[in-house]
Every structure is written in structure tokens, then in C-alpha cells.
Design a protein. Structure first.
Length: 575
């Protein structure tokens, strides 16, 4: 085993390259879309974090535990202090106004927190692989994770998956250090705290528990009694429980809400899959992503061989590198397919690949070091190419941004517009917001603090429109919905009654049957005045049908034929 003392120069240079590369790849395109936010999960998470003071820091919603929301709120508070000193904000009111008018700097700061978490995970993975294998394994793991396309992509989002991955890797690093320590020294409280913080960031971190149990029960000395091991396990469990309770405290006080949200989340994430397709129905989806997209095909092959290397090196190495990712993969195999769930697996992929590389490098008679270097270079080159392409792609103006610019140039303020949620980010006018709040709550006086402060903005941001939303509706108190079923293909009277003169329609490569009535009516009584597409004009029909547009909240791959992110956007006027 290797220690980190007296790091050789080659190792320092290689690690510096990995860290610099990780920062660069995650920074390119970090401000994509802004000031518009095209990932609805980012909006929901960021808004909940910023609204914590109004709810006395009780989110009253437990689809996620609460540590990340608190961390994000504190991080934004630090950004306000830095911005205040640097002249970006001249007051707290200016910071608040930015949230409603132009939240670019706020979201950039939030995304920077994810970026830093991703870069820190690269370093933690280097330490983990070094501890389990050797220095060459550590450097290889760092380089491979730095360029892993899925890890790079998701470091651009304000979401839980990258921060929780950091905590999981650090917790495994402590476990590995303890298990490999010849003195038998253990740190059950530190291990428990890190695990508790991970579980307080995302519930699915609970799959670290089997690793913690087995590690705690592993004797620190040959003759260690079972009673001593049981006490160590108890200290680990107690530390984890306390860390979780302190950082997600309100789960203890609202058990009914917690149960409601957990059951609802289980139904959305797992129930709709297992009920219709059976157990492990999504395993093929995740294995395919791991094979080709998550970290690159070369890295995946090296990691598969690395599993055999880990097993050969003993159960301690296997415990740290295989147990959590294997159990976690079996769990998410029962979820609705979402590639972001693979984030906690990717560092272990890199560590196992690093172990494979280190084993090859030791075969000196067969030119092992040369072969290992070539493999790492090939893997990093493959991943870097994919990551850079994705970074440059998301920097392109989204179709919704181009449509927004057109609307602001051609459509007067206060015009009544029909638009779908998560489509062109038109700003709701003050009169439109008052109308929606009155329809849902009886009066704007009954609205939440957020909407009251939005109404109080002076001057009110422009341009703004009187918006009606096309959809089945939901719990949004600031929106008035018209369902697609209201259109029978013959009449637009339901929106004429709301004085709508423009319709902004979002379409994909496959027709949405629910929209056919509206589309037919628009072709009868409307005029298409603008269209913005992610596809080139010369695309063949078969290729068009086979290629989904790239959306930041979907798992559609960035197909080579696509020229920009976003769906097809059509803007219609009504005769």
C-alpha cells in the first residue's frame, strides 16, 4: 500500500492536470441558458432553498432531505456578502430583485457549488484509489473521473447528485483508510457523521449502510472481541443518526408530511416502473449508460477488469469498491430511467479502472507501464472529447432563448399569450399575476411572500405578458391553465375568450397526440409567424423521427445532427 507522503513530481503534475481539467470541463457552459433556467429541477431546488427564511427554515416538503437546501442557502448568503463588497449588489433589496429580474449571478453561484463538489470528488477519488491500490491507480482514477462525461454534465446543474457523491466518496475514503491501517485505528464517529450527512443530502445514500456495518464489524486486531466490534458499530450508527437529525431536523417533527412525500416520490420514481415492467426493468438502461456514456467505453472496460483486480486483492478492497455501487445499481434498476442517478457510481468506476491500470503498470516485462499509460490516455481522450462536445453544445443558444428574443422584439407588452410550461420563458405581467392569484386564492393579499414581493417590484420588469398556460394545471398559484382537451380541432374560442392573440407551441420529433386538436385549430384559424428548430433544415424525415431534441431534464443524448439545445418552438398568431 502507498501513502501520500513525499508525493513524486510526476504524480503532482498528473494530479494538477486532472484537477485543472476537471475545473475547465465543468466551467465551460456553466452559465448555459441564463438568465433563463431550462432545467425545471434547478428552479424547484433553488427556489425552495431561497424561500427557507419565509418558512422558518422548515421546507414543509420532504421529497429530499434538507441538508443541501441549507447548504445552498448559506452559499448564496456568502455570494451576497461577496457581491456586496464587490459592488454587484448595493443592498439586500437589490439581491432580492435579482432573483425576480435577472437571476444570472445567483444561479452561477449555485452551479459553482456543484462544480466545486465535482472537482473535490476528483481529488477524493484520487485519495481513495491511492489508498486501496497505489499512486498510479490514484492518478488514473483522478484523470478518468475529471473527464467522465456524465460527471461533467451534471456538474452544471443545481441538484443534489454531485454533492452527495462527494460525501459518499469521502465516507468510503475514511472506511478504506481505517481498514488498511495496520495499527488498527478506527474512526467510527467520523465515518458515521459523513454517512449521516450523505443521507441528509439524498435519501438514496442509505445504501452505504451495508458497507459501514461490515467495516465496523471487521476486527481491528486479530483477537478483537465481538463486544468491541458491536460498540464500534453502535457509535457509527449513533453518529450517523445524529448527523442526519441535526441537518434534516424537521423530518422528526412532521412524520405525516414525510410519509406522504416519501410515498408520493416512491410512486413517481419506482412504482410506475415496477408495477408495469417488473423488478429491475431499468437495469439495461443503466448498464448501457455505464458501458458507453457515463465515463466512456474504455473506462468502463478497465473498470470491469478492475472488479476482478479488487476481488483478487481481498475482501477489504472489494468491500470499499464494489458493495455500495453494486447495491445502488440494483436499487436504481427499479427506478424510472434517469442517468443522473448514476453519479454516485462513476467515482467507483474510476477507482476500479485505476486499480486495473495500476495492475497492468506493474507488469514490467511486458511493457506494462507503457500499456497502462496508453490505456489511460485513450480513455481520457475519449471522455474529454465527449465532454467538450457537450459543453460547447449547451453553450449554443437554446431554441427557447431564440424564440424569447423574437417575442420581445415583435410582440407588445401585456399581449395575451398561450404558452406551455418549461417552454419559452416569458415573464408574467403584474396584471396577469394578479389575475392568477385572484382566481386561485381569492385575492393577491392571500398569496405567499414570494408573490407579494414580486408584485411589489418597482419598476416592474419588462417586457412582460399576460400569460395563459397550456396544460392540465397543478398547484401553481401564479398560473391559469387551459387543458389541451379543450381544443377539438375546430375552434379556438376557449383562448379567444382570454384575449389570446399569440400561441407559443413546443413540439418534438414525435407528435404529441394531446396537442393535435390545438394544432389543427391553429392551422385553420391561425398563422405560423416564426419557427425555431434544433435540427438543420436539410435533415431527412427518418433521421428527424429517430432523433430526440436535447433537453436538460431528459436523458436524450446529444445527437451529432442537432445544432442547438431545446425543442421545436412555433409561434402562431390567431386571426
Amino acid at each position: 500500500m502507498s501513502t501520500d507522503a513525499g508525493r513524486p513530481r510526476w504524480e503532482s503534475w498528473a494530479l494538477s492536470i486532472a484537477i485543472a481539467g476537471a475545473i475547465a470541463l465543468r466551467a465551460i457552459g456553466l452559465g448555459y441558458g441564463l438568465p433563463a433556467v431550462y432545467n425545471p429541477d434547478e428552479v424547484a431546488i433553488f427556489t425552495r432553498a431561497m424561500g427557507l427564511p419565509q418558512s422558518h427554515f422548515n421546507p414543509h416538503n420532504f421529497l429530499y432531505p434538507t441538508l443541501y437546501f441549507y447548504a445552498l442557502f448559506v452559499w448564496e448568503g456568502l455570494w451576497f456578502v461577496v457581491g456586496r463588497i464587490g459592488g454587484v449588489f448595493d443592498s439586500l433589496a437589490a439581491f432580492e430583485r435579482a432573483f425576480f429580474v435577472n437571476p444570472t449571478s445567483l444561479y452561477l453561484a449555485a452551479r459553482l457549488l456543484t462544480l466545486l463538489s465535482g472537482v473535490a470528488t476528483v481529488f477524493a477519488s484520487y485519495r481513495l484509489a491511492t489508498r486501496l491500490f497505489d499512486r498510479r491507480a490514484g492518478v488514473a482514477a483522478a484523470l478518468l473521473l475529471a473527464a467522465a462525461p456524465l460527471a461533467v454534465r451534471d456538474a452544471h446543474y443545481v441538484k443534489h447528485d454531485v454533492p452527495v457523491t462527494l460525501l459518499l466518496v469521502v465516507a468510503h475514503l475514511v472506511v478504506a483508510t481505517d481498514l488498511m491501517n495496520p495499527s488498527g485505528r478506527r474512526r467510527p464517529m467520523l465515518t458515521g457523521i459523513l454517512a449521516g450527512l450523505a443521507m441528509s443530502t439524498h435519501y438514496y445514500a442509505v445504501f452505504i449502510v451495508p458497507t459501514l456495518v461490515l467495516a465496523a464489524l471487521t476486527p481491528a486486531a486479530i483477537d478483537e472481541a465481538w463486544g468491541s466490534r458491536a460498540r464500534r458499530l453502535a457509535r457509527t450508527a449513533l453518529s450517523a443518526a445524529i448527523a442526519f437529525a441535526v441537518t434534516s431536523p424537521f423530518l422528526l417533527f412532521e412524520p405525516a408530511t414525510v410519509w406522504r412525500d416519501l410515498v408520493g416520490n416512491q410512486e413517481i420514481v419506482m412504482g410506475r416502473v415496477t408495477r408495469t415492467s417488473g423488478a429491475f426493468a431499468s437495469l439495461g438502461f443503466y448498464l448501457e449508460w455505464l458501458r458507453a456514456d457515463a465515463a466512456g467505453m474504455v473506462t468502463a472496460i478497465l473498470a470491469a477488469i478492475g472488479c476482478l483486480v479488487a476481488l483478487f486483492r481481498g475482501w477489504r478492497v472489494s468491500l470499499v469498491t464494489i458493495v455500495f455501487p453494486a447495491l445502488f445499481l440494483l436499487f436504481i434498476a427499479n427506478t424510472f430511467p434517469a442517468s443522473r442517478y448514476l453519479n454516485p457510481v462513476i467515482p467507483f468506476l474510476a477507482v476500479l479502472a485505476g486499480g486495473c491500470v495500476a495492475t497492468i503498470a506493474r507488469e514490467r516485462r511486458a511493457g506494462g507501464m507503457v500499456v497502462a499509460t496508453v490505456l489511460v490516455v485513450a480513455a481520457v481522450a475519449e471522455s474529454t472529447r465527449a465532454s467538450v462536445r457537450a459543453d460547447l453544445f449547451i453553450r449554443q443558444a437554446d431554441t427557447r432563448t431564440k424564440a424569447l428574443n423574437w417575442m420581445e422584439q415583435h410582440v407588445p407588452e401585456e399581449t395575451a399569450v398561450l404558452v406551455q410550461p418549461y417552454s419559452v420563458p416569458l415573464r408574467q405581467s403584474r396584471s396577469g399575476l394578479v389575475e392568477a392569484l385572484t382566481a386561485h386564492l381569492g385575492s393577491p393579499e392571500n398569496a405567499s411572500i414570494k408573490f407579494k414581493r414580486q408584485l411589489a417590484l418597482t419598476p416592474y420588469p419588462a417586457p412582460a405578458y399576460r400569460i395563459t398556460y397550456l396544460g392540465e394545471g397543478g398547484e401553481d398559484k401564479d398560473k391559469i391553465y387551459v387543458p389541451p382537451s379543450a381544443f377539438d380541432g375546430r375552434s379556438l374560442e376557449v383562448i379567444r375568450a382570454r384575449s389570446v392573440t399569440y400561441v407559443v407551441l413546443k413540439q418534438y420529433n414525435v407528435p404529441d397526440p394531446s396537442m393535435l386538436g390545438l394544432i389543427e385549430a391553429l392551422r385553420r384559424d391561425g398563422q405560423l409567424v416564426a419557427r425555431f428548430s434544433p435540427y438543420p433544415e436539410t435533415i431527412e424525415w427518418d433521421e428527424f423521427v429517430a432523433t430526440a431534441p436535447f433537453l436538460h431534464n431528459s436523458d436524450a443524448r446529444i445527437a451529432p445532427i442537432l445544432i442547438r439545445p431545446g425543442p421545436i418552438i412555433e409561434i402562431w398568431t390567431i386571426h
